[in-house]
Structure formats: structure tokens, C-alpha cells
Design a protein around this ligand. Structure first.
Ligand SMILES: NC(=O)c1ccc[n+]([C@@H]2O[C@H](COP(=O)([O-])OP(=O)(O)OC[C@H]3O[C@@H](n4cnc5c(N)ncnc54)[C@H](OP(=O)(O)O)[C@@H]3O)[C@@H](O)[C@H]2O)c1
Length: 293
């Protein structure tokens, strides 16, 4: 792709969350006659690919307006998202941002883990010609609306329910708190930093919002009718839940591993929406990207 294209409306900087997705994508790019690359070969090559644009995106509105963008992959390895790889991941995110700026993107959206990697520290990024967004507002809206929908489907009255938010003091967790605080019976707040939890709890007390908080997930889980997981790290243990608990795992990558998921009836991947119309990809790789329900 011509990287000197003037004035792209937007760039999305992202990463893949599974080797399966990556393998499907890489092998989709290959000429059929070359055959598929083995997963091991892909794993050997992938980390050395510099951040780069992969395809263009055109988004059309109902009114006929359209904007043009590009998807830039950081080539962060899906199994190296934890803090031990922070330094190299930050570098990859910065490389993705540099690529977006070089292409003249007016708005740069930091998708998935790329915004977490920067931990809200955008001071290091020059925002002179490009504006930045994490898309967290949209994610939060998807989460709370899907909770309302799931509760309706399961005949669960939100007004009588205790809602546990794991990652309550985070960007998305706080947005969920704000929206759901007057729509639930009680909020249960969990994170690792007790001081921040107490601060949030005190604010809710001031507003007469029923709440409880703990750094121990174990203490809160048995009291929860509904659970939203929006922590920025993996939650290894989730047990002693109420029967029929509704769980939305909106972490990205997922907070709960698939073994945990199999134990519950109503668990879903919150925070994601599927847009079926109004966009075009060039080339069109939709069949090998984002296979979430
Ligand atoms: N579904 C989507 O499309 C989508 C889009 C954007 C982001 N996300 C995901 O949403 C999650 C949260 O994003 P964010 O921007 O809100 O992050 P954030 O601002 O960094 O907040 C993370 C929250 O998780 C807490 N936390 C981290 N590890 C925890 C643990 N082991 N147990 C309990 N709490 C823990 C943090 O508090 P302490 O540090 O005090 O523990 C904080 O409250 C991330 O996984 C992100 O990738 C999903």
C-alpha cells in the first residue's frame, strides 16, 4: 500500500488475539500453490514483522457520507500480552502509531490491548496532527446494553440484582458503574488496588448507591447475580457463583479462559458488536479476522 496517501480519515491500530486467527490470516495471504505455512513457522516469523498497514477500510453512513481508513497491525504476539513483555509491546504500539501518523491519519483508534499497553499515558505521544481514541466509550455501551438484554432474556430483574464488576476502577469498569449504578440493587466492586476501590465506594456512598468492595474476588462472587469482567489481566479463579449467574467477559484478551467458560450456561463475550453493513475492506479479509460470536 502507498504509505504516502494524503489525509486518511482514520487508522485503527490493533493486534491479533490468537495464533489461530494469525495462522488463518497469514495462510489466506499466501498463494494457494505455495501451501499453508505451519503454525511453528508462523510463530518464528511473526514477532519480527514491523508494525504495518494491512488493509484499507471505507465506512459509509446512511446519509451517503463516507470516510477512509486503514488497519495497522502491531504484530504483538497473542501469548505475550502480559506485563513481562510490556517494554517490547509499548515499542510495537508506538511503531503502529508512527505508521498511522506517517500515513496522515486524522484519528487514530487504539484497539484491544494497544491502549492498555500505554496505560492511559498518552503524554508520550505527540497529538499535533492526529487525534487519539481508545474506543472505550463504545465498548462500555456494548457491555451495559448487552447486560440489560441478557437480564431481560433470562427474566432477571436488574433492579433486584447485585452486579459484580471485576476491574471496577478501570476506564471501562467506571463507565459501567456510572450507567448501572441506578439500575441495579447493589454494586459489588473488585480490583487489586484497595485504595482506589475505597475511593470509588465512598463516591457511591455519597450518592446513596448500595455497594460493597473487595480486592478478593472470592468474597464477592457468591453474592453476585450478574458479573462483568473488565479487568486488564487474566482472572484465574471464578467459582462458588450463584446458580444461573449471568457473566459478561468483556476483557480483551478474554479475562476468563475457555475451561472456565464451559462451566457456565450464560457467559458471553461482552463489549463487542458486529457491524454487518456500511463498511468495505480492501482487500477483504473479513473471513479470517474476528471470529467472535
Ligand atoms: N471488548 C472490547 O472490545 C474491549 C475494548 C477495549 C478494552 N477491552 C478490555 O477491557 C479491559 C479493561 O480495559 P480498561 O481500558 O478499562 O483498562 P484499565 O483502565 O487499565 O482498567 C483495568 C481494571 O482492571 C483491574 N484489574 C486488573 N487486573 C485485575 C485482577 N487480576 N483482578 C481484579 N481487577 C483487576 C484494574 O485495577 P487494579 O490495577 O487495581 O487491579 C482496573 O480496575 C481490558 O481487558 C481491555 O483489553 C475490551
Amino acid at each position: 500500500m502507498d504509505s504516502s496517501t494524503p489525509c486518511l480519515d482514520f487508522a485503527v491500530v490493533g493486534h491479533q488475539d490468537s495464533w489461530e486467527n494469525i495462522a488463518a490470516f497469514v495462510n489466506r495471504l499466501r498463494n494457494k500453490s505455495q501451501g499453508d505455512l505451519s503454525l511453528q513457522k508462523i510463530k518464528n516469523i511473526f514477532p519480527f514483522i514491523p508494525a504495518r498497514d494491512l488493509f484499507r477500510v471505507k465506512v459509509n453512513s446512511k446519509t451517503g457520507a463516507s470516510i477512509n481508513g486503514v488497519y495497522i497491525d502491531t504484530f504483538i504476539e497473542p501469548d505475550k500480552l502480559n506485563t513481562s513483555y510490556l517494554r517490547s509491546n509499548i515499542k510495537k504500539v508506538h511503531d503502529g502509531i508512527a505508521c498511522a501518523k506517517k500515513m496522515g491519519a486524522k484519528v487514530v483508534a487504539l484497539g484491544g490491548f494497544t491502549s492498555i499497553v500505554l496505560e492511559g499515558n498518552f503524554d508520550s505521544i505527540s497529538t499535533k496532527n492526529s487525534k487519539f481514541t481508545t474506543g472505550n466509550t463504545l465498548t462500555s455501551a456494548f457491555i451495559v446494553k448487552s447486560i440489560e438484554k441478557a437480564a431481560l432474556q433470562k427474566n432477571v430483574d436488574l433492579k433486584l440484582s447485585s452486579l459484580l464488576i471485576v476491574g471496577a476502577t478501570g476506564d471501562i469498569g467506571m463507565a459501567c458503574v456510572q450507567y448501572l449504578k441506578n439500575r441495579t440493587h447493589k454494586l459489588l466492586l473488585c480490583a487489586r488496588n484497595e485504595k482506589q476501590l475505597k475511593k470509588l465506594s465512598d463516591q457511591l456512598d455519597d450518592e446513596n448507591i448500595e455497594n460493597d468492595y473487595s480486592i478478593s474476588l472470592r468474597d464477592l462472587i457468591p453474592k453476585a447475580d450478574i458479573i462483568i469482567c473488565v479487568a486488564s489481566s487474566n482472572i484465574s479463579e471464578i467459582s462458588n457463583c450463584k446458580e444461573n449467574v449471568i457473566i459478561s467477559d468483556a476483557g480483551y484478551p478474554k479475562n476468563l479462559d475457555s475451561k472456565v467458560e464451559n462451566n457456565f450456561d450464560l457467559i458471553f463475550h461482552g463489549g463487542m458488536g458486529q457491524v454487518n453493513f456500511g463498511f468495505e475492506f480492501y482487500p477483504d479479509y473479513t473471513d479470517s479476522f474476528y471470529q467472535y460470536p
